[in-house]
Design a binder for this molecule. Structure first.
Ligand SMILES: Cc1cc2nc3c(=O)[nH]c(=O)nc-3n(C[C@H](O)[C@H](O)[C@H](O)COP(=O)(O)O)c2cc1C
Length: 273
């Protein structure tokens, strides 16, 4: 069986997650499709009933970024799907439900899913370095369980996907309720929150420009941000080797400071099989 790892992972934790799950599956071949690359989102990727697609995306109540573009590029033919959503020590909301709904229209059958923990895009001190070794062991075993189900030809998802309501105060609960009710698979921060500051010690290595999924950064003597294009995914912030890129919007900073109060300690993944 060919296993396809398809991921939209601006800060890298979701990519690690899907790779760990794949290790538990006895695949003849593992093929990666990085959906940060526009060229990959512009093609149609077709899969058959004997392939397995592991789709990894990040969450902000619902799927974050450009989920319709990412998932719209995938075409299944009764293809088994494993849904993996990474959240930053908070909650994955209705992301898996949104993924299941969208991907079923694309010809996929979600037969396993997980809400996993990845280092919080806005702070290295929350869910630091996750997925870590403990997560990797859980994800490996999850892969083994998936392989067993596939060997039995069992594509049923027995556990009901749950919304995973946040335990982060009224604001987050309302956000999650609105997010779940809104049509479409995605959720975004307001455009006014996406402003970045580029520090003077930027060495203009261009890593952020290459990494940005939507071409919102350019290097022309200095790094400049196109705020109309920027989706606020924090990929550039986390890929920068000098920590020279930082979000500066005050409302965003207040929101981050508030949710961080609830994000201490270790949270564990939730698996659906
Ligand atoms: C704009 C934005 C909003 C986010 N909202 C949430 C959230 O509602 N709940 C949560 O647990 N994590 C939230 N996160 C954190 C990411 O989902 C999490 O850090 C994830 O592991 C990032 O995946 P990546 O490393 O593959 O980019 C948010 C991140 C960003 C950039």
């Amino acid at each position: 069986m060919k296993v396809y790892l398809v991921y939209f992972s601006p800060s890298g934790s979701t990519k690690k997650t899907v790779r760990n799950v794949a290790k538990g599956i006895d695949a003849t071949e593992v093929i990666e499709i990085d959906m940060l690359k526009k060229s990959n989102r512009e093609k149609t990727h077709s899969f058959g009933p004997n392939d397995l697609v592991i789709l990894g995306m990040m969450t902000a109540t619902k799927l974050y970024g450009i989920p319709a573009e990412v998932m719209g590029a995938l075409k299944g033919n009764n293809t088994p799907l494993v849904g993996a959503v990474n959240c930053g020590n908070g909650y994955f909301g209705s992301s898996l439900i949104a993924m299941q709904k969208f991907m079923s229209k694309q010809g996929f059958k979600m037969m396993a899913a997980g809400g996993f923990i990845g280092q919080y895009s806005f702070s290295k001190s929350i869910a630091t370095n996750r997925p870590d070794e403990q997560d990797a062991a859980i994800q490996f075993q999850f892969g083994k369980d998936i392989a067993k189900k596939l060997q039995q030809g069992d594509l049923n998802l027995y556990s009901k996907l749950s919304i995973d309501w946040p335990n982060e105060g009224t604001f987050s609960t309302i956000k999650c309720a609105i997010g779940s009710a809104l049509p479409g698979p995605g959720f975004s921060i307001p455009k006014s929150w996406n402003e970045l500051a580029i520090a003077d010690d930027c060495i203009q290595c261009g890593k952020c420009v290459k990494h940005c999924p939507v071409g919102a950064l350019s290097l022309n003597g200095k790094i400049t941000q196109d705020r109309d294009k920027c989706i606020g995914c924090q990929g550039c912030v986390n890929v920068c080797p000098r920590e020279a890129i930082n979000p500066i919007n005050e409302s965003l900073q207040k929101m981050v400071a508030n949710v961080m109060k609830f994000r201490q300690g270790r949270k564990e993944p939730k698996l659906f099989l």
